[in-house]
Design a protein around this ligand. Structure first.
Ligand code: COA
Length: 254
C-alpha cells in the first residue's frame, strides 16, 4: 500500500497521507507522489477539485526527520520544492481536511489551499526555529499576512502549537468539526465545487491569488536557499539526532 493514496471520484482527486505508523511524516517519495498528483490534477480534464487529507488522529508530522538527516533536499528540483511549487500554482481549487497534529509543512501547505476544514483535535505548528531551521512554503510571507505580524511571530519564533479555534480565528481554517467528520465534510464541500463551472472556479481563483503568485514563488525560493543551508548546519543536525534518539536537543554549543 502506497504512503500517498490517490483516488478520483466524480471530478474530485483525493490525496491521502497513508503513513500513520510514522505519523504521516513525509518522505521524498511521498513528496514526489504529491507533486505528481497535483500536477496531474491540474492538467487532467477529469479532475475539477483536489482534496488533501490525513487520518482522524494525525494530518502530518511534517518532513520525515530521518530524510532530513540522511538525504536532505538539495536544489529547487528536489521533490519537496516540486510539490510546493505545484500546490502554490495549481489552477483548480484545493480543499484540505486536517485532524490531529499538522506539523511544519503539514501546516504551511495549508496557506496554499483554498478551503481548510479542521477537526476539533487539530494542532497546528511551525516549529522550524526549534529544529534550527527557518520557515518554508512562503510561510514567512503568508503567515504574517494572514495572522498579523505578532501572532505570526508567536507561531514562527516560538514554534508553539495553536489549536483549531485559534486557527479559525486567524482565518487559517474555514470551519471546525468533529475529527471523525472532517474528511467527509471536506469531500462534501469538494463535491459542491466539482458541480460548478470549472472555468469560473479557475478564473475566480486566478483573480484572487494571481497577483501574489510571483511574490510567493520568489519567497519560496529565498526560504529554500536558507533552509537547504541550515539543514546541514550544527543546530539542525543536533535537533534531528535528538529526535531520532528520543532525547531533548542540546543547543548550548550551536
Ligand atoms: N519524521 C520521522 N518520523 C517521525 C516523525 C517525523 N517527522 N514524526 C513522528 N515520527 C515517528 C516517530 O519517530 C515514531 O516512530 P517509532 O514508532 O519508530 O519510534 C512514530 O512516528 C510515532 O511518533 P511519536 O512521536 O511516538 O508520536 P506522538 O503521538 O507521541 O507525537 C507528534 C506525534 C507528531 C507530535 C511527534 O511525533 C512529533 O513532534 N514529530 C516530529 C514533528 C517535527 O518536528 N516535524 C518536522 C517539522 S519541519
Amino acid at each position: 500500500m502506497s504512503d500517498i493514496l490517490q483516488h478520483l471520484d466524480a471530478g474530485v482527486m483525493t490525496l491521502t497521507f497513508n503513513r500513520v505508523d510514522k505519523k504521516n511524516s513525509i518522505t521524498r517519495d511521498m513528496y514526489s507522489a504529491l507533486a505528481d498528483g497535483v500536477e496531474q490534477a491540474n492538467t487532467d480534464p477529469a479532475v475539477r477539485v483536489v482534496v488533501i487529507q490525513g487520518h482522524e488522529t494525525i494530518f502530518s508530522a511534517g518532513n520525515d526527520i530521518a530524510d532530513f538527516l540522511h538525504q536532505p533536499p538539495s536544489g529547487q528540483d528536489s521533490p519537496v520544492f516540486r510539490f510546493l511549487r505545484a500546490i502554490a500554482t495549481v489552477d483548480k481549487p484545493v480543499v484540505a481536511a486536517v485532524a490531529g497534529p499538522a506539523v511544519g509543512i503539514g501546516t504551511t501547505l495549508l496557506f496554499h489551499c483554498d478551503l481548510v476544514y479542521a477537526g476539533d483535535n487539530a494542532a497546528f505548528s511551525m516549529p522550524f526555529v526549534n529544529l534550527g531551521l527557518c520557515p518554508e512554503a512562503a510561510s514567512s510571507l503568508l503567515a504574517p499576512r494572514m495572522f498579523g505580524y505578532h501572532r505570526a511571530a508567536e507561531a514562527l519564533l516560538l514554534g508553539e502549537p495553536f489549536f483549531a479555534e485559534a486557527a479559525l480565528e486567524v482565518g487559517l481554517v474555514n470551519r471546525v468539526v468533529p475529527p471523525t467528520e472532517v474528511n467527509a465534510h471536506a469531500q462534501a464541500q469538494a463535491k459542491k465545487l466539482a458541480g460548478k463551472p470549472l472555468s469560473s472556479l479557475i478564473e475566480t481563483k486566478r483573480l484572487m491569488k494571481g497577483g501574489q503568485q510571483a511574490e510567493v514563488l520568489a519567497r519560496m525560493a529565498e526560504e529554500g536557499q536558507s533552509f537547504g543551508r541550515m539543514l546541514r548546519e550544527p543546530a539542525a543536525r543536533e535537533a534531528f539526532s535528538a529526535f531520532m534518539e528520543k532525547r531533548k536537543p542540546d543547543f548550548s554549543k550551536v
